[in-house]
Design a protein around this ligand. Sequence first.
Ligand SMILES: [Mg+2]
Length: 219
Amino acid sequence: MNGSTYDFWLLDLDGTLVDIEQSYIYQVFDGVGEQLGTTFTNREAELLWYGIGDARGDLLVEKGIDQTQFWDVFHEVEQPETRADATYLYDDASSFVPELDGPVGVVTHCQEYLTAPVLDALDIDDWFDTVVCCTDETGWKPDPAPVEQAMRDLGVAHNGHVGVLVGDDPQDIGAAHNAGLDSIHVKRRVYENLDQELRDDGQFSSMGADKRITSLQEL
Ligand SMILES: [Mg+2]
């Protein structure tokens, strides 16, 4: 497979092209916990940050935290400058993405007020022909709607173009399939603090990606 295999490429952002210093995650959840009058262990912070499968929702229920209130506080605590400072670009992304033929888009759950400063700080905003930040209006992966939005932006929707979505989460793979695209799962982390079933024996191995890789260099 190489950059010309597909007519267009859609990419998830966090955990796929960029990632965050681990200490930042704990710092954010110290702040979130303070505001919600609770505390989070490192394991809980990672579970909530990465939100694998239903793990995030289950933990919030277990701790008696209202989802809406959680996201309100979370977005209040996360500041664009500190998020951008703590974000780094994967080396294989910097050699892979600029070489791709055809239009390239991002479909991310990262909110616009954070995504724009991150792309700017890493100086990669010109890599992408469209960036779709999911909202309640666009829908959230695995809903195909934000993926279809990106395809419309790129002019490749429903006109015979063959595309792929690359992501690190089951939600990415589901969104690709729901939108009729090929899917590539990039697995970069071991999730050492998470339960084995959330790491690899459960949804990650059975989510049905068309291809699994550990580095974009494999493409
Ligand atoms: Mg991701």
